[in-house]
Every structure is written in structure tokens, then in C-alpha cells.
Design a protein around this ligand. Sequence first.
Ligand SMILES: Nc1ncnc2c1ncn2[C@@H]1O[C@H](COP(=O)(O)OP(=O)(O)OP(=O)(O)O)[C@@H](O)[C@H]1O
Length: 235
Amino acid sequence: MFTQAAIEIKNLNHYFGAGKLRKQVLFDINLQINSGEIVILTGPSGSGKTTLLTLIGGLRSAHEGSLLVLNRQIVDASKKELVQVRRHIGYIFQAHNLHKSLTALQNVRMGLELHPEYSVQEMLQKSTDMLELVGLGERINYYPDDLSGGQKQRVAIARALVSHPQIVLADEPTAALDSKSGRDVVNLLQKLAKDRGCTILLVTHDNRILDIADRIIHMEDGFLSPAPIVFQSAI
Ligand SMILES: Nc1ncnc2c1ncn2[C@@H]1O[C@H](COP(=O)(O)OP(=O)(O)OP(=O)(O)O)[C@@H](O)[C@H]1O
């Protein structure tokens, strides 16, 4: 089922700061995530999960080791090369990061901003279709403040998926949600991803959603390992 590597990481290290303040936060990370796979990354606060996610997503630059995303090497990549990779990635963040002054439709359209190949009309159509797919067809002109937490996160999912990305990176997508809304949101994400053959790497502390994963990995103090038994038995 999973044949090609969507993400292939070898001997990746990462540091913050410079000189005496330089601090290593990722240590010799090795990881392969295959196309269409859903992988959950768990681990304590401060262990380096978000740092790894942002490196894979080309949102910050990696400088040591090898990091192939969709067969492109992004260690020491130029800004232009990082943008090329970002065109194929959808991002979902904990606090959904919606623009308050934009409607649901306008927020989803932002997910196409790296895609100048679409006309304004096409962007609006794709965004409307995507909002219908996540069950918000009736609310396309609502502002985030007029939507529930679960609905806002659905808008964030629609924004992440509207460009048909090959990879979705999600950082604590259920953190701000009650248990039912959190479950609905990850079920929706899992279904849409599987329908489209999309690869997902999802960071979470939420043990209730571990069952959507094909594989669970764990990070501790900047080191990656398979998830300990306690996580796997929670499924
Ligand atoms: N921009 C930065 N500059 C300096 N240090 C940073 C920066 N971002 C993160 N760190 C440090 O790197 C380490 C890893 O942080 P990171 O946010 O990746 O952890 P995390 O596992 O995602 O934590 P959480 O679950 O709380 O989000 C922490 O010690 C953090 O303080």
C-alpha cells in the first residue's frame, strides 16, 4: 500500500541560537514516511515536535543532515526551493490561525495563494467546493468569530486541503476542541486524506485520536523513537 517515500529524513540535527547560546534541539533524526501514510508524532512539551514539523514543512531552514520532501532535498535549500516544496503541503495548526477579518471562504482561498495558476473564479469555486466537503456549505460567508471551535478547525482543514497537497502537516489540531469536536475533526481529516492519497504527519498530545494513525512515533529530548507500548496499547 505504502510504496514511495513522501518524506525521508537521515541524520538530521537542528540547533537554535548561536555561539554560547547555541542549543541542539533535534538529534540524529532518521525517519521515512511513505506516500499515503498517516503518522502521529507524540512526545512531551519541548521535546522538538513542532521544530521537526516546521523543518519538514519548509517553514524554517534545515542545515545539517538530509531531508527529502517529495524527493526534493531541502537541507540548505534556497527560499525559492522551499516555496516550491510548500506548494505541495497543507498546514493545520492548533489555534487554526484563521484571519478574523476574512470570511470562511476568503480564509480557505488563502490556501491557494501559492498557486497563481488558478484564476480568481477558479479559486472561489474550489474554496466553495472544499467548504461544502467539510460540511460548511451553508456558512461560507461567516466570519471565524461566528463559528464554533470545531467549525473553525473544519475551515482550517478546508484551507489545508483546497490545493490538493500531497502532504498535510498538522500541529495539535484538536488541542482547542472538546472531545466530540476533536473526534469529528480527525475523522474528517483521515477520510479526506485517505480519499486523496494524502500523507499526514500529525503532532498530538491527545491520546483519544491515536487510532487514526497507521504508525505512531515518539519524540523525547530531541530524539525520535517508535512509540512506547503505553501509546500503542491505547489504540
Ligand atoms: N525559535 C526558537 N528559538 C530558540 N529555541 C527554540 C525556538 N523554538 C523552539 N525552541 C526550543 O526548542 C525546543 C523544542 O521546542 P518545540 O516547540 O519544537 O517542542 P514541542 O515538542 O513542539 O513542544 P510543545 O508540545 O510544547 O509544542 C524547546 O526547548 C524550545 O524551547
